[in-house]
Design a protein around this ligand. Structure first.
Ligand SMILES: [Zn+2]
Length: 173
């Protein structure tokens, strides 16, 4: 390992100091400044939710938790860079989906190539469900669900049942 990537969303976040003898590369992106308090909802850090959404956007079909948001169009390259992520986060700050965020970053030993955070995985990650009526193979129906459609909690099967019912029945529940 030679690159450390840090995301902090906490009150008064400090900049990470690495041992200079290790010659590590450092990229740090904080949701607030060192003298500012963080803002979080009862469900956790909204900042980190959008960071994770950015990293999984293409695999989730480019969807956003915000209706009518076109942020998926910002992430079309083969890689996601720190600049891409900052633009993605700032888009949601401008649309007021993210509030109380003022990005601060620290870079150490970073050159142009190092600015890449990750591959932008382009193959959709989705689950396929098949509804089959007993005794009638002709009435089999298949539907695909992206994890993003589960909303914020992947452990809630109730949400999945609503999504699947809507897809199988062709109507919004
Ligand atoms: Zn969005």
């Amino acid at each position: 390992m030679n690159k450390v990537i840090v995301f902090l969303d906490c009150c008064y976040p400090e900049y990470v100091h690495l041992d200079p003898t290790l010659s590590l590369k450092l990229m740090q992106l904080n949701a607030t400044g060192q003298s500012e308090e963080a803002h979080a909802s009862i469900s956790g850090s909204q900042f980190l939710k959008y960071v994770m959404q950015a990293f999984t956007s293409r695999a989730n079909g480019g969807t956003c938790k915000d209706l009518d948001c076109k942020c998926g169009e910002l992430l079309n390259g083969d890689f996601i860079t720190l600049d891409d992520l900052r633009s993605y986060i700032n888009t949601h700050i401008k649309s007021k989906s993210l509030t109380g965020i003022l990005l601060h970053q620290q870079l150490h030993n970073i050159n142009e190539k190092d600015i890449i955070l990750c591959f932008n995985y382009k193959h959709p990650v989705k689950f396929e469900f098949t509804l089959a009526w007993l005794g009638s193979l002709e009435l089999t129906v298949t539907a695909c669900v992206f994890p993003e459609e589960f909303k914020d909690d992947f452990t809630q099967l109730k949400q999945l049942k609503h999504v699947l019912t809507s897809k199988f029945m062709g109507e919004t529940i």
